[in-house]
Design a protein around this ligand. Structure first.
Ligand code: ADP
Ligand code: MG
Length: 273
């Protein structure tokens, strides 16, 4: 396996940035640019084990990019992200950071579940096959075990009776619930949701939000990007308001929704609430 050896910290453009690994998720001064556009301008965020962080903010503020850096779908240009003490994209050997490549990144990614706006199910696989494939392929579990666990997870999202249905035979809400079961099947340390209900007809939104509420209650660590403000208020420990690549303000739902301090936060909520 090829690993680059670099002296730590390898990618921090800010020499004062040192990786912190305190929370279950610890994001430290993360920067990301696309071409000349800086999309994340030094974002820091801590999510405790079992915590639920909800990220809100205008379109284009960097919410999806932030989630994608956590899952290593985007490589950061500066700063660090750690999940349960492990730096995303790196392995510590001795006192040096080794950059992970290829398969090692895929392995690390299995610890981080992600649910997208457009479900992204495999169209040629049944609901149960969608849920049980990754544990076999990525974790080497037996097909029987993956199938048994897959049925349990489909039951948990209320779809045990649709195990043999193909995605095209399911409603959008059902497809998204299968996608949640699929993400859970790898026993991730954290689940990321990027606008999980934005592509759904309004009458299907609640069945998906109810499943996420149940996950939150059961102690799964969640980071959720959503425009569903009522849901955010219900489910969040911390609401994070992002604008123009920065976290402008974060705090309890009461604080952010009823008493925001920053003019940009106030202006945003005056338009969406
Ligand atoms: P949000 O999810 O808050 O709407 P995004 O993270 O999707 O915001 O996007 C933030 C900014 O980054 C936007 O200006 C977007 O156009 C830009 N952006 C996102 N992904 C890419 C990419 N792969 N290449 C170039 N620009 C991108
Ligand atoms: Mg987005």
């Amino acid at each position: 396996m090829s690993t680059a050896t670099t002296s730590a910290p390898a990618t921090a453009t800010d020499p004062a940035t040192t990786p912190s690994t305190r929370g279950l998720v610890e994001i430290t001064k993360v920067r990301k640019s696309f071409g000349a556009t800086e999309v994340l301008k030094g974002v820091s965020l801590t999510v405790e084990p079992g915590g639920v962080a909800v990220i809100v903010g205008p379109s284009g503020s960097g919410k999806s990019t932030l989630l994608r850096t956590i899952n290593h779908l985007e490589k950061v240009d500066g700063g660090f992200i750690s999940i349960d003490g492990n730096l995303v994209g790196y392995e510590v050997r001795g006192n040096r950071l080794h950059e992970l490549r290829g398969k090692e990144i895929l392995k690390q990614r299995t610890e981080i579940g992600m649910v997208f706006q457009n479900f992204n199910l495999f169209p040629h696989l049944t609901a149960l096959e969608n849920v049980s494939e990754a544990p076999v392929v990525a974790q080497g579990r037996s097909k029987d075990e993956a199938r048994r666990r897959g049925l349990e997870l489909l039951d948990r999202v209320g779809l045990k009776d649709r195990a043999d249905a193909y995605p095209r035979q399911l409603s959008g809400g059902q497809q998204q619930r299968v996608a949640i079961a699929r993400a859970l099947a790898l026993d991730p340390k954290i689940l990321l949701f990027d606008e999980p209900t934005s592509a759904l007809d309004p009458e299907l939104v609640n069945e998906v939000l109810d499943v996420i509420r149940e996950l939150a209650k059961s102690g799964t660590t969640l980071i959720i990007v959503t425009h569903e403000m009522g849901f955010a208020r219900d489910v969040a420990d911390t609401v994070v308001f992002m604008d123009q690549g920065q976290i402008v303000e974060q705090g309890s739902p009461e604080h952010i929704f009823t008493n925001p301090q920053e003019p940009r936060t106030r202006s945003f909520f005056s338009k969406v609430l």
